[in-house]
Design a protein around this ligand. Structure first.
Ligand code: FE
Ligand code: FE
Ligand code: ZN
Length: 276
């Protein structure tokens, strides 16, 4: 059965997110590890996490995906900014060890004019500093739209990062449908080719999660403006093929569309109706 959910507010804790997910027919969810606008992160409450895991067992909800603040930049030009990204990643990974086999997604970063190669080097270096041999958390690089100087628009760039990381067995990829589309991968008319390309360049064994979003812009626009499912350039039919693709259908799907809970509930039902 399709494992699908949406981005939820983490302000009321883990059990609240699991209950909210259940109330809208979701079987998974994504959340920010901390306020994306900065500030120190709260320590997580072990009893709250226990209660969430118990509800998971009763309801079949699972695979919560932690998202790092999108404001960090592991390949910034300023040392201070890179250091802040390092501390955030390390602290999030430390707290995520409270959740069994956690998935932790982050935006690789923007090279801000230093060039993609330098950016790749700095990102790999950051991962080398924060990944620990005994951690159970898998860190996911998100495929990016290629807005500005974002690193990670091409599968080759993500592959280069992974190749440079020593503990690369702790690293996977989260594919964002809006981002790859905006980045120039035609998942509407050539989904099989794009998946094949991903497999050839990165390897499908690295693919751990899907951000399922429509796009306000045509393929290759490099914009990154998410749209509601079926109301953008990707369209409902293409999403039907995406949720049923043999290489994707067993992965967890997370909506990051411009919606309130009610809208998410409708999109979850829509995507379930498309899944065979
Ligand atoms: Fe993201
Ligand atoms: Fe995303
Ligand atoms: Zn996005």
């Amino acid at each position: 059965m399709l494992r699908i959910g949406c981005h939820l507010s983490s302000s009321k804790g883990f059990l609240d997110m699991a209950r909210t997910a259940r109330s809208i027919g979701a079987t998974t969810f994504q959340y920010f590890t901390r306020n994306p606008r900065g500030g120190a992160a709260k320590e997580w409450n072990a009893a709250d996490i226990e209660a969430m895991l118990m509800l998971f067992e009763q309801t079949g909800i699972g695979s919560p995906l932690a998202h790092a603040p999108y404001t960090i930049n592991a390949c910034a030009k300023e040392e201070r900014t890179r250091q802040f990204a390092l501390e955030t990643l390390a602290d999030d990974i430390r707290r995520l060890e409270m959740i069994p086999d956690a998935l932790y997604n982050f935006h690789p970063g923007s090279h801000v004019g230093q060039g993609a190669e330098k950016g790749i080097e700095l990102i790999a270096d950051a991962l080398d500093q924060v990944l620990k041999p005994d951690q159970h958390t898998t860190v996911l690089l998100e495929t990016m739209a290629g807005k500005g100087t974002e690193v990670g628009r091409t599968f080759e760039e993500l592959r280069s990062i992974i190749d440079k990381v020593k503990l690369s067995e702790k690293v996977g990829v989260c594919l964002d449908t809006c981002h790859v589309w905006d980045g120039g991968y035609d998942i509407v008319d050539h989904l099989d080719d794009v998946i094949e390309e991903f497999d050839k360049v990165i390897g499908l064994d690295r693919l751990k999660a899907i951000h399922i979003n429509d796009s306000m812009n045509p393929c290759g626009a490099h914009k990154d403006r998410h749209q509601k499912i079926g109301q953008g350039y990707i369209g409902t039919e293409a999403f039907g093929r995406i949720v049923n693709h043999p290489a994707l259908k067993d992965l967890p799907f997370y909506l990051e569309t411009p919606n309130e809970l009610e809208g998410y509930q409708e999109e979850i039902a829509l995507l379930r109706s498309l899944a065979r």
